[in-house]
Design a protein. Structure first.
Length: 316
């Protein structure tokens, strides 16, 4: 019989949408988890179900400040950051600080503990892409002085810092480039397309589509994303890896799909397109399929059905 060796995983941003799901996954694997979050965009309700678990610990802390963790640490997953436009446009300096200072502090902890470090990067490093779909070898088309630059450049800097620690200090590092993800625990006022469409449709309000709605996204259900991240962490791959669903859809069609799924009588209205909003977004997941033997399995209809039920309960 194989005896599982308990590991200790530290998740920054552990009370956020993705961070909380990662905490669940590591606890399910039989490991200890320390979640760190300053609750600027994270919410305690996302991890409330874990507070009775003796293998789980929560620390309220700003990761741009020095971090101390007692005892051995095996994995550090750096997920702390505002991640939606509504947040990083409201918190531009905090977003830049958590991508730079926060990444530096988290990498310093990984170096001190001899821990494996995984950076949550983003498809936003590709900016408004001129290559479609986007492979990891594409360097991107980013406006560094635009409104979205605070998030895009914070993540690009975080990737550069992560690679510098690997090359200079020999720190074990992994980089996941996360494409649009959805599922339970997204905030109602998140500002991203799916929670916005769902909240508006469930309330019977007008559903807001920016521009003509011809811009595309490829949306991945959270369960699939977490599986991909877990596989990447345990792999030997140090270069960035895209994790996302290749199934592409226009924002207008997504809005129509959600209105139909919720049985809403909402009508679609159009608003001006935000500055530097990417026109297309779809991952090339060849590397994930080849190296990690991973691909998205939950189709959009099923993923949205599960997400609708969560949002219905939030709106009640």
């Amino acid at each position: 019989m194989t005896v599982m060796t308990e590991k200790h995983a530290v998740v920054t941003g552990g009370a956020g949408f993705l961070g909380s799901h990662l905490c669940d996954r590591f606890l399910k694997e039989g490991h200890r988890v320390t979640a760190i979050d300053n609750l600027v965009t994270g919410e305690l309700k996302n991890i409330a179900h874990l507070f009775g678990n003796e293998r789980f610990k929560f620390i309220k802390h700003d990761v741009t400040e020095f971090m101390y963790i007692d005892g051995p640490v095996d994995y550090i997953l750096h997920f702390a950051s505002p991640a939606s436009p509504i947040d990083y446009l409201k918190l531009p300096i905090q977003t830049l600080k958590v991508g730079s200072l926060g990444t530096h502090k988290a990498l310093g902890l990984a170096k001190a503990k001899g821990a494996r470090f995984l950076l949550a990067s983003t498809s936003e490093v590709y900016g408004d892409p001129l290559v479609h779909p986007q492979p990891e070898t594409y360097w991107g088309n980013v406006n560094p002085v635009g409104f979205r630059g605070v998030y895009d450049e914070a993540k690009r800097f975080a990737e550069a810092m992560t690679m510098a620690y690997r090359r200079y200090h020999g720190t074990e590092t992994r980089i996941v480039r996360i494409f649009n993800t959805y599922g339970p625990r997204m905030r109602l006022l998140d500002g991203r397309a799916i929670p916005s469409f769902l909240a508006q449709a469930l309330r019977g309000e007008d559903v807001t589509v920016f521009g003509e709605g011809s811009q595309t996204r490829s949306v991945c259900y959270v369960e699939d994303l977490i599986e991909g991240i877990h596989r990447l962490l345990l792999s030997d791959e140090a270069d960035p890896v895209n994790i996302g669903n290749e199934d592409e859809i226009t924002m207008l069609d997504l809005a129509k799909e959600i209105i139909a799924l919720t049985g809403s009588k909402s009508r679609i209205i159009h608003r001006p397109l935000p500055e530097d909003d990417p026109k297309v977004r779809r991952p090339d997941t060849t590397r994930a399929r080849t190296i990690l033997h991973w691909e998205a399995k939950v189709d959009r209809k099923e993923g949205l059905r599960r997400t609708v039920e969560y949002f219905r309960n939030q709106i009640k």
